[in-house]
Write a protein that binds this ligand. Structure first.
Ligand SMILES: O=C[C@H](O)[C@H](O)[C@H](O)COP(=O)(O)O
Length: 218
């Protein structure tokens, strides 16, 4: 199977975590796009979705699924999203598609985070994928200098503005041995909006697409 077929397999497998008559938290990316396609087939059974990006909101609406503002929703039973890397503790690097801030917000509201990945995303140690950090534009150089002090090599993602009007620094050459501590340290840098380390709130369930089928890690 191709990587996209593995993504499709986990996207469809995530349907079983969707509760009838619920509002579903929906992430962003090529793997989630398959989940949205799957969700469209049961749209009559759900109330709608809360989206983590303008891109996913447009895809949901095009599929005929109502999209709600998070402020009008008290709770979400499930949030389904992909990842750029995930370790054996269900901690992730996310934000390759620049949607990390809204993803972290929607994930925080959801009771259960189901992460859907193909097997290439599984790692022992996070950090080979450059860590995205969303930053207020005027703080970009200052935050970059602070990230160097933490041992990384930040690179400005040129030409990218997030849905929130901010910029992204991708931090290379990190070997993240303590994700929870690094998440806190980067969160504490003034000017940082969100770091794409999802460790304090990791995934609850991981669906991994492999050549021999979808593995579920609880
Ligand atoms: O900002 C993007 C998100 O964090 C995605 O979940 C992540 O980049 C994985 O995307 P994909 O499913 O396209 O590999």
């Amino acid at each position: 199977m191709t990587q996209d077929e593995l993504k499709k397999a986990v996207g469809w497998a995530a349907l079983k975590y969707v509760e009838s008559d619920s509002i579903v938290g929906v992430g962003t990316g090529s793997t989630v796009n398959h989940f949205i396609d799957a969700l469209a087939t049961i749209k009559a059974d759900i109330e709608g979705a809360v989206s983590s990006s303008e891109a996913s909101a447009a895809r949901l609406k095009a599929a005929g699924i109502p999209v709600f503002d998070l402020n009008s929703v008290d709770s979400l039973s499930v949030y389904v999203d992909g990842a750029d890397e995930i370790n054996h503790h269900k901690e992730m690097i996310k934000g390759g598609g620049a949607a990390l801030t809204r993803e972290k917000i929607v994930a925080a509201v959801a009771k259960k985070f189901v992460c859907i990945v193909d097997e290439s995303k599984q790692v022992d140690i996070l950090g080979a994928f450059p860590l995205p950090v969303e930053v207020i534009p005027m703080a970009r150089s200052y935050v970059a200098r602070e990230l160097v002090k933490l041992g990384g090599d930040p690179v400005y993602r040129e030409g990218v503005i997030t849905d929130n009007g901010n910029v992204i620094l991708d931090v290379y050459n990190l070997k993240i041995l303590d994700p929870k501590t690094l998440e806190k340290q980067i969160n504490n840098i003034v000017g940082v909006v969100t770091v794409g380390l999802f460790a304090a709130r990791g995934a609850d369930t991981v669906l991994v697409g492999t050549q021999t089928g979808v593995n579920t890690i609880e």
